[in-house]
Design a binder for this molecule. Structure first.
Ligand code: UDP
Length: 149
């Protein structure tokens, strides 16, 4: 018998996915959920939210003061957002990979942003989805959007 040095299982993580107002408006919420489920992840919380400025200020705290901050917050208040908590092994990295690069023009085809988002000027913010970028961000963001979960 050989000694196993690499674990075959990874801990189950959770991440916060947002289908941004452009994604909901364009009828892409179902497509995003389909891709998440097709990858093998589990939906553990789903809610349509009209986000208020204070929630977005806390969500985007790291961007306060940047020139795109207020336009981004205004865009995120321009319509409903589908907030989703997704669970699975390495799901934080996995969803970022499904989402693709921030700039939809540069995002690889096959990713959500690469397939559905274009960008020029201020449109770079209209990139369909958000996904937490680290375990710390995921915990903080899930507590903000799903305080009961
Ligand atoms: N964003 C923007 N202008 C920029 C950079 C980012 O409008 O120059 C928006 C865009 O919607 C992005 C969000 O701010 O998704 C958060 O930026 P971040 O760098 O965290 O990108 P992400 O993690 O969403 O890929």
């Amino acid at each position: 018998m050989t000694t196993q040095t690499t674990p075959e299982t990874a801990p189950i993580e959770r991440t916060l996915v947002l289908v941004k107002p452009d994604g909901v408006r364009r009828g892409l919420a179902g497509e995003v959920l389909r891709r998440v489920e097709a990858k093998g992840y589990t939906l553990v919380g789903v809610e349509l939210v009209n986000a208020k400025e204070d929630l977005l200020a806390r969500h985007y705290a790291e961007h306060v003061g940047k020139d795109f901050y207020q336009p981004l917050v205004d865009f995120m208040m321009s319509g409903p957002i589908l907030a989703v908590v997704v669970e699975g092994q390495r799901v934080i990295e996995g969803f970022r990979s499904l989402a693709g690069a921030t700039d939809g023009t540069l995002a690889s085809p096959g990713t959500i942003r690469g397939d559905f988002a274009r960008s020029w000027g201020s449109k770079v913010m209209q990139n369909i989805v958000h996904g937490s970028d680290s375990p710390e961000s995921a915990a903080r963001e899930i507590a903000l959007w799903f305080p009961g979960l």
